[in-house]
Design a protein around this ligand. Sequence first.
Ligand code: GRF
Length: 199
Amino acid sequence: MTLRVAVLISGRGSNLERILVEAERGVLAGVCEVAVVVSSRAEAGGIAVAAQHGVPAVVVASAGRSTEAYGRDLLEALEAWHVDYVVLAGFLRIVSREMVARYRGRIVNIHPADTALYQGAHGYAWAYAAGLRETAVTVHLVDEGLDTGPVLAKRSVPLAGAATLGEVVARGLRVEHELYSETLARLFVGEMKVREGSA
Ligand code: GRF
């Protein structure tokens, strides 16, 4: 048995790509299957990434929709795919309260900072502007707040000598890519054990 996952994106899709590779032949193989990729933007680079891996991608455009209205659009789109978990990977919309309630404890996000220190988008720009010698990335469950959900894993990103924002982002993404799949694997294997135990 493998868990069915939806990955939600808005852009480039480098985290998505790593998750797909890990599901094919890495730490997520035999653990989860990416059933569908949902993008909030038709122009997202991650849509091509999904196609390269033979995974269906659906656009549920978020422009002009309120958080709650968009949440209903997403719920409707996700319904057909019967997913166990929703994995956010560069998804630039706030998740609606209804969606959090529907998938309580089953929505995971990766955040480009320590969620205790910085919330919202642009975590790397914040670290760069502040001249930090070290920042962090966080994998957390999503609750109703902005980056306030329980932390599953956090890993440091050394920034000493990073001269440009581009270098900060590159260093951060290297850590994100490793940490996200590792953490998802741990979470999903735990879930499968619980299910087997209760079967
Ligand atoms: C990552 O830095 C992630 O932490 C943040 O958005 C970015 C997405 O990058 N939430 P990508 O689309 O996975 O390349």
